[in-house]
Structure formats: structure tokens, C-alpha cells
Write a protein that binds this ligand. Structure first.
Ligand code: 5RP
Length: 226
């Protein structure tokens, strides 16, 4: 069993009978979906799931998990997802995928949000290893880019995987990948990005995580927010 699977199985133990659970997106979240579906099927665990992406919806459906659409949800008990970076203060960077809007909605709409990572995701500051994805309405990208540059950053439109066009998110937005030459204060930047019109969502998840589960060579450390 690899570390991603191990940490996902640990998180699935926190699901109790009757819960409404948000499903994240990515390779670690996939292991969680698998384990939740196994518990549903083999242990009779009653659960309602809400997915953060089309790809997670398809996976959950294929494994027989009962799903509810976001528009029918007022609140979730638990959201479980991976992350690209985690700081010691539990600020997260997410969004290598293209589903930031749904991911943040589910994370904010849940009583608890458990983040699953391996040790390689731990950083001292947000943006240390990856650019910060900023999802923009297509007609707003130029104005938003100027605002990001005024904050001292460099922002480039993300290319698609084949590098022959632009990356388009699940909901038709473009992505500006934002970088800075010096370390940034994620709390301040989170606020500044929230205040820029035309940004649909961005990859800083500040003060949202309830717990970070860190896998390291077969061991899992659970760090819960105090
Ligand atoms: C998708 C995400 C993922 O959770 C993040 O990229 C981590 O992915 P993985 O579990 O495959 O390492 O934020 O938008």
C-alpha cells in the first residue's frame, strides 16, 4: 500500500453512519473515494456523497456511492481532499486540477475538512513549489493580470496539456498561474485575491482545514487544528 492510499484509508475511518461527505479531486482523493465505497458496500455504511469535480462524480458513481448534487446541499459533515502545498499554519495551495470553485465551496460548506498529503507537500510558505492558480472569467483575464502584477507578482495564462491552446476549467474559466520572487504572506494575499473582481476562485485555502493527515513512509500523523 502506498502513502496516498494509507492516508486516505485513515481519513475514511472518520466517516460515520448517515454522514454527508464531500469528495475531493486528485490521486489521493481517489483512494478516499475507493475506501468510502468499500465501506459503503461491505460494511453497510450509509453515506451521501457530493463530488468536487466531474471526474470524481464519475468515479463515485462507478463504485456505487449515493451522490447528491451540490445545489441540493445546505451543509456537509465532512470534506476530504488532497492539496499541493501545506504550510505549518495549515494554509493550503490547491488547484493543479481545474475545479477550484467546487472544491472551495465544499471545503467551506463542511463542518470538518480533512486534508490528505504526503510529506513532500509540506512547505514553509504558499507558492514555494507551485504557482498559485487564479481562475478568472475569460473576459476578465487581462484586467486581473494587471491587478496581480500590481501586487508584485507575475501572472501567465496556463496552457493546456498539449501546449497548443489555453487551459479551460470545468466551468469555462481561464487560469492565471501567479508567482512571486519572494515568499508571500498567504493570509494577506488570500484577502487581496478575494477582493479582485473577475476572479472566480483561487488556489489559496486559508483557515479552512480542520486537520492535515500526513503520510510518511507507512506512517500517518494527524494534526488537528486547535
Ligand atoms: C486538485 C487538487 C488536488 O487535491 C491536489 O492537486 C493534490 O493532488 P494529488 O492528490 O493527486 O497529489 O487540489 O484541484
Amino acid at each position: 500500500m502506498n502513502d496516498k492510499e494509507l492516508v486516505a484509508i485513515r481519513a475514511a475511518r472518520h466517516v460515520q453512519d448517515g454522514m454527508t461527505v464531500g469528495l475531493g479531486t486528485g490521486s489521493t482523493a481517489n483512494f478516499f473515494i475507493q475506501e468510502l465505497a468499500r465501506r459503503h458496500k461491505e460494511e453497510g455504511l450509509r453515506v451521501t456523497a457530493a463530488a468536487s469535480s466531474v471526474v470524481s462524480t464519475i468515479k463515485a458513481q462507478a463504485l456505487g456511492l449515493p451522490l447528491v448534487a451540490l445545489e441540493h446541499l445546505g451543509r456537509l459533515d465532512l470534506y476530504v481532499d488532497g492539496a499541493d502545498e501545506v504550510t505549518p499554519q495549515m494554509a493550503l495551495l490547491k488547484g493543479r486540477g481545474y475545479d477550484l470553485v467546487r472544491e472551495k465551496l465544499l471545503a467551506r460548506g463542511s463542518d470538518r475538512f480533512i486534508v490528505l498529503v504526503d510529506k513532500s507537500k509540506l512547505v514553509s510558505h504558499i507558492g514555494e513549489k507551485f504557482p498559485i492558480p487564479v481562475e478568472v472569467m475569460p473576459f476578465a483575464w487581462q484586467l486581473v493580470k494587471n491587478r496581480l502584477q500590481a501586487l508584485g507578482g507575475q501572472a501567465e495564462l496556463r496552457q493546456n496539456a498539449a501546449k497548443d491552446g489555453l487551459a479551460i476549467t470545468s466551468y469555462g474559466s481561464l487560469v492565471l498561474d501567479l508567482t512571486f520572487d519572494a515568499p508571500v504572506d498567504s493570509a494577506a494575499l488570500n484577502q487581496q485575491l478575494n477582493d479582485i473582481p473577475g476572479i472566480a476562485e483561487h488556489g489559496i485555502f486559508q483557515d479552512i482545514a480542520s486537520a492535515v493527515f500526513i503520510a510518511d513512509n507507512g506512517n500517518v500523523e494527524e494534526i488537528w487544528k486547535k
